[in-house]
Design a protein around this ligand. Structure first.
Ligand SMILES: *Cc1c(COP(=O)(O)O)cnc(C)c1O
Length: 488
């Protein structure tokens, strides 16, 4: 299927709208705009009737895959359905017409929303305070690591190493490197969890913190978290939680209660704000009491003014790491997350996690006879299969399976991550899918396993039903060409 650019659909003189003649005299344009700012040629804009504009964009939207179309089983990414009420609320004129430089006394509603969201997030993760500034999970990690740095500096402690478990998301070591830390990898054990002996060996006096994802990217809860917490704190190090996987924990248990000092959240995962395509996202960071003085400014505070609550932005925090973002973070994402939590309530938030775990285990139970499960046990919100059996027996790789899923109308799961599982297929169904959708997805994967055995060409050549066929992935990333062939 080929959809031309809107410029190619243009025909000179076609109009989407016709204005009647004005009954008010209008000055000539030359009198309104200084001559040197006037175009000498009309702007090169497409000329298209309204009906063609609408059809063009509807056709384009159909070429995309998105959460409104079908399940999006990307492990670790928590691509859940985004309730439309969140958009409706963030579109309210009272929010969209705000200017970030408006005086606080004229922005009380927006400040209150941010304050209350930070309180709710603190409660969900069991932290003392939360900053809403960071614009993504990775940005939250960087913020957290700068807080760690400032904390140790303020104690006169020189520590230049960060420990990261080998199943961690790639952003963990990347954020550590940006903050100028040396990253030391801690091994996973035969169960897929942090290897305590390896941790002990690497926990030297120059370690600033351990970054841990719990449940980890294999969907396994770190059962020894309290022992880990003790080791880390006895070493004078801090414990950082990559909280992108809060979808398994909410309302059930809290990072703060496990002894984590810092946690980042992904509002664009757990809290249903749309993501993909680069944002905007939001990666708030929660901290324990002793790190509160270092949080980024401005800090949104609630005080009392003439017997009424008053919300203000406090810049006067001498120990703060400073600003992580212009203004206050991605405000419209904050409105969506606030709406999401308020619509669910405390009970609903817990049910989200319970159902995410139930869905993951249901799907896993339908697939484990056919695909290998390297760490066989019940999981939390996601699980990681291996395509090793299909590769060894039929020379069909996980990449082929992922491509074939597209022909069945499903987005592929996360593949080849985490790095410690060979031919990894990492699946996270989320709580928003019905049993019928989960079954349809399982049926598709089982059918593909069958094709791999009996008609592997179907799988090698996939996808055949998508707008473009299989891309050369190496060329696509090495020689990126995003020019439209009709135009440039
Ligand atoms: C998504 C994710 C991140 C990074 O979040 P971004 O918003 O993409 O920067 C970090 N850790 C884990 C476990 C994640 O799933």
């Amino acid at each position: 299927m080929k959809e031309p650019l809107i410029f190619d659909l243009s025909r000179q003189g076609r109009r989407g709208i016709c204005f009647g003649t004005s009954d008010t005299p209008i000055s000539p344009i030359e009198e309104l705009i200084p001559g040197n700012l006037l175009r000498s040629e009309p702007a090169d804009l497409p000329e298209i009737p309204e009906s063609e504009v609408v059809r063009h964009f509807i056709r384009l939207s159909g070429l995309n895959y998105h959460v409104d179309k079908n399940m999006y089983p990307l492990g670790s990414c928590t691509m859940k359905y985004n309730p439309k009420i969140n958009d409706a609320v963030s579109d309210l004129q009272g929010f969209t017409s705000m200017h970030p430089l408006q005086p606080a006394e004229t922005a009380q509603g927006s400040l209150r929303l941010m304050y209350e969201l930070s309180v709710m997030l603190s409660e969900i993760a069991g932290m003392a305070a939360v900053t809403l500034q960071p614009a993504a999970g990775a940005h939250g990690e960087l913020t957290g690591i700068l807080l760690i740095k400032k904390y140790h500096e303020s104690n006169g402690s020189k520590r230049d190493k960060l420990l990261v478990v080998d199943s961690a998301h790639g952003t963990n070591p990347a954020s550590a490197a940006i903050a100028n830390y040396e990253t030391i990898s801690v091994a996973s054990n035969a169960e897929g969890r942090t290897d305590i002996d390896d941790l002990k060996a690497k926990l030297t006096p120059d370690v600033a913190a351990l970054m841990l994802t719990n449940p980890n990217t294999l969907g396994l809860f770190e059962k020894d978290i309290l022992a880990i917490e003790k080791l880390v704190h006895e070493n004078g190090s801090l414990l950082y939680m990559d909280g992108a996987n809060m979808n398994a924990l909410m309302g059930i248990t809290r990072p703060g209660d496990m002894g984590f000092d810092i946690v980042h959240y992904n509002l664009h995962k757990t809290f249903s704000a749309p993501h993909g395509g680069g944002g905007p996202g939001s990666g708030p960071v929660g901290v324990c009491e002793k790190l509160v003085p270092f949080l980024p400014v401005p800090v949104i505070e609630k005080t009392d003014k003439d017997g009424h609550p008053y919300y203000s932005m406090n810049m006067d925090k001498p120990q703060s790491i400073g600003r992580m973002m212009n203004f206050y973070g991605n405000f419209s994402v904050l409105v969506r997350a606030y709406t999401y939590i308020r619509m669910l309530g405390a009970e609903g938030v817990r049910r989200v996690s319970e159902n995410a775990i139930l869905n993951a285990n249901y799907l896993l139970s339908r697939l484990t006879d056919t695909f290998e499960l390297p760490f066989p046990e019940p999981v939390m919100h996601e699980f990681c299969l291996s395509g090793d059996r299909q590769k060894k027996q039929h020379n069909v790789r996980t990449l082929d399976i992922a491509k074939r899923l597209l022909d069945y109308g499903f987005h592929a799961p996360t593949i080849y991550f985490p790095l410690i599982v060979s031919e990894a297929l990492m699946i996270e169904p989320t709580e928003t899918e019905t049993i019928e959708t989960l079954d349809a997805f399982a049926d598709a994967l089982l059918a593909i396993a069958d094709e791999a055995a009996n008609n592997p060409d179907l799988v090698y050549n996939a996808p055949t039903k998508t707008p473009v066929g299989r891309l050369d992935e190496a060329q696509a990333s090495r020689k990126l060409n995003i020019c439209y062939s009709g135009g440039c």
